[in-house]
Design a protein around this ligand. Structure first.
Ligand code: RNT
Ligand code: ZN
Length: 413
């Protein structure tokens, strides 16, 4: 009922909500596996490092593969739309290889259970990340930029192994695998040499990317401004990777928490699209720093979604989520972020972009403002509810989380 009247309302502005519902359900969102266990993984570590941190002590985090898989199955059930699964190398399912095979020797078989899980859940694809943190071979906090050749080589080999795994994953899923490279390398205090570590990182990336399966792997590099305990200098900063990606012909990944606090990723997307065929995102929510709060429907998220939608870039911007909140129910965190991302895309699709673009060219900024304000309170919610209904879902999913607390969390002591 209310959807029908919303449909008519939007039609007055030339917006076809039927098309919107169809398109929205097909935009893939890559959901990170690491929200479920505070980025710990299965390959040995019990604490996080690399300048990233989860805060909070909410009970019930997944303690092993089975629990994480169970949680993912449960959470994904109430996430609408097309999803991918984003897996980190530290989530290798090692079995008898645990303690025997190290990260430089991981192979596809250690990740096959993830691919099987993704298939079982009917996901579009699986994305992958080498893990350059929380490992004894991180020497003095450095990986690919280490002056210690043994350390540097180890991590180059980890990257190479991950490229091979990514190719297998891509093939197995029939969908290219985005492999994102992020390293925490940097210094707490003012460095004595800024160039050498960057040259070593460049060399390491060159070695790593010498040979990979271009059909099934989309390599990406993720920059950062600083990390906790690594405040003064980050080897892989924005300028480094922008240049590297452009030269090497690979993808840049923009994490919304990795810039100075007044810089916004929404303003960067169009600049990237002017030069690249693809740009990848880690959608997070920084609060004062790269705090990785749960993604919610805030103004910046809406602005990011507008950039994707109004530039017809839904197949050029690879949307991935990256947050980890340990202070609230982790399933609720997961589902909230995925839904917020899709709500933002929906909001962006329910705006008369062509008219607004024309008004901008006519310098009619008065009407641009008027329309933007008007559309904020148009009946987006009715279209959202219809979107969920058509997928057998609803916006009343809190009970599901409560049930999970009772059935699962209560038993994880
Ligand atoms: C860290 C980066 C990186 C990680 C994940 C776990 O600041 O954002 O993407 O969050 O690789
Ligand atoms: Zn990130």
């Amino acid at each position: 009922m209310s959807y029908q009247s919303a449909k008519q309302e939007y039609a007055k502005y030339g917006i076809n909500t039927e098309e919107v519902l169809e398109t929205l359900s097909k935009i893939p969102v890559s959901v990170h596996c690491w929200q479920g266990d505070d980025v710990i993984g299965f390959d040995g570590t019990d604490s996080l490092d690399g300048g990233i941190q989860t805060t909070g002590n909410y009970p019930g985090k997944a303690r092993n593969q089975q629990e994480l898989f169970d949680d993912i199955r449960r959470a994904f059930k109430i996430m609408p739309g097309t999803k991918r699964l984003n897996v980190h190398a530290c989530y290798a399912v090692l079995g008898a290889d645990k303690g025997v095979v190290d990260r430089d020797k991981y192979t596809y078989k250690h990740f096959e259970p993830w691919v099987n899980l993704a298939k079982e859940m009917g996901l579009e694809g699986v994305d992958f990340n080498p893990t350059f943190f929380a490992h004894p071979m991180m020497k003095d906090g450095l990986s690919l930029s280490s002056p210690d050749e043994e350390v540097r080589k180890f991590w180059v080999n980890h990257g190479k192994a991950c490229l091979e795994i990514s190719a297998e994953i891509g093939k197995a899923m029939g969908s290219p695998c985005m492999m994102n490279i992020w390293i925490p390398d940097g210094y707490k205090d003012i460095p004595a040499d800024r160039l050498s570590p960057r040259l070593r990182l460049k060399k390491s990336l060159d070695e790593m990317l010498e040979n990979y399966d271009k059909k099934w792997v989309i390599p990406a590099v993720e920059s950062k401004v600083f990390g906790i305990g690594i405040e003064s200098y980050t080897v892989g900063n924005n300028e480094f990777y922008q240049n590297y990606a452009a030269k090497a012909g690979i993808c840049c990944l923009l994490d919304t928490g990795h810039y100075h606090p007044t810089e916004v990723v929404s303003d960067k997307i169009s600049s990237m699209l002017a030069f690249h065929d693809k740009v990848a995102l880690h959608v997070s929510r920084p609060v004062r720093w790269d705090s990785d709060h749960v993604v919610i429907l805030d103004d910046e998220l809406k602005e990011i979604a507008k950039e994707i939608v109004r530039n017809n870039a839904t197949d050029k911007v690879l949307i991935g989520l990256d947050y980890f909140d340990a202070s609230i129910n982790r399933l609720c965190a997961w589902v909230t972020g995925v839904r917020a991302m899709q709500k933002a895309l929906l909001c962006a699709m329910l705006i008369p972009h062509e008219e607004l673009k024309q008004l901008q060219n006519q310098a009619n900024f008065t009407k641009v403002m008027y329309l933007n304000e008007k559309f904020k309170l148009m009946p987006v919610g009715d279209v959202w509810n219809e979107y969920l209904t058509r997928q057998g879902l609803s916006d009343d999913w809190y009970d599901e989380i409560e049930l999970f607390e009772k059935e699962v969390i209560a038993n994880r002591k």
